[in-house]
Design a protein around this ligand. Structure first.
Ligand SMILES: NC(=O)c1ccc[n+]([C@@H]2O[C@H](COP(=O)([O-])OP(=O)(O)OC[C@H]3O[C@@H](n4cnc5c(N)ncnc54)[C@H](O)[C@@H]3O)[C@@H](O)[C@H]2O)c1
Length: 256
């Protein structure tokens, strides 16, 4: 395991909890899988990337972690995995809608098909996963749904408008679902990362100069790591945040 996944706080309410994480194969999602496993949760994660996901499941074989391959654009498949997980492990109590694809795209080149595809990755699965797990959460009279937002639209990034539109919509969707599900003690919050230096970010979009610029734009001039985001996800999932819903929690070192 990496140095970042040392357990800091222990949350008794997460022990034995069924946790479902999308996009758990790499990046922040992989760190979530590790850290929820360390808490004693039963973790199921889905991802379209088979190789890193299988490796992660193998790394965590001593814990209760399962991987199911799924392209989240296939909603029927996602729904069937959620139902199967509930049948085999018991009702899901925590859902983290983490998967996303921040591939850059030029405004002038976006077609209707490309727009629909970006929303089919970055917005649509979060709604249908929430809809599917809510049935199981009602059975156990509660749950926590965490939708991953993004600071990108707040800083007016122009290089991926379909992605930023989806991420802005996530916050509105979270508040509507929080209102609808509150009567069942199901909480829905948005977790907004700043610019987190994952391997993908470093290899695709960042060079040392940009990393330094972002650091200087933040109030705290240090690099954000996946662990900083996961610490907040653990809190939002645990009963320690039991009266927190319809909120946006931003972890960006004061960037936005
Ligand atoms: N890293 C950052 O700086 C940053 C900043 C703001 C918000 N976020 C958000 O945090 C979350 C995690 O970000 P990350 O940087 O770790 O992302 P990442 O790109 O490193 O990992 C995303 C994971 O989702 C999976 N995925 C993508 N499309 C999929 C699909 N169609 N079906 C199934 N799996 C799919 C990928 O295979 C990957 O494992 C995302 O919601 C992202 O928008 C990240």
């Amino acid at each position: 395991m990496t140095e970042h996944c040392q357990q800091t706080t222990h949350y008794p309410s997460l022990v034995g909890k069924r946790v479902f994480i999308t996009g758990g194969g790499t990046g922040i999602g992989a760190e979530m899988v590790r850290r929820f496993a360390l808490q004693g949760a039963l973790v199921t994660f889905v991802d379209m990337a088979e190789t890193p996901s299988v490796e992660l499941a193998r790394e965590l074989s001593q814990y209760n972690v399962r991987f199911e391959q799924c392209d989240l654009r296939d909603i029927a498949h996602l729904q069937s995995i959620i139902q199967q997980t509930g049948r085999e492990q018991g009702p899901i109590g925590v859902l983290i809608n983490n998967a996303a694809d921040d591939t850059r795209h030029n405004i002038d080149e976006v077609t209707v098909e490309y727009w629909d595809d970006r929303l089919a990755v970055n917005l649509r699965p979060s709604f249908f996963a929430a809809q599917a797990v809510s049935e199981q959460m009602k059975q156990i009279n509660g749950g926590s749904i965490i939708n991953m937002g993004s600071a990108s639209w707040r800083i007016k990034q122009s290089c991926m408008p379909a992605y930023t539109s989806a991420k802005a919509a996530i916050e509105g969707m979270s508040r509507s679902l929080a209102s609808a599900y509150g009567q069942h003690n199901i909480r829905v919050n948005t977790l907004v990362p700043g610019w987190v230096m994952t391997k993908r970010q470093m290899s695709h979009w960042l060079d040392p100069e940009v990393v330094e610029t972002v650091k200087q734009q933040q109030c705290i001039h240090q690099t954000l790591k996946p662990a900083h985001i996961v610490n907040a996800a653990l809190f939002l999932a645990a009963d320690d945040s039991s009266m927190m819903t319809a909120q946006t929690l931003t972890i960006d070192a004061g960037w936005t």
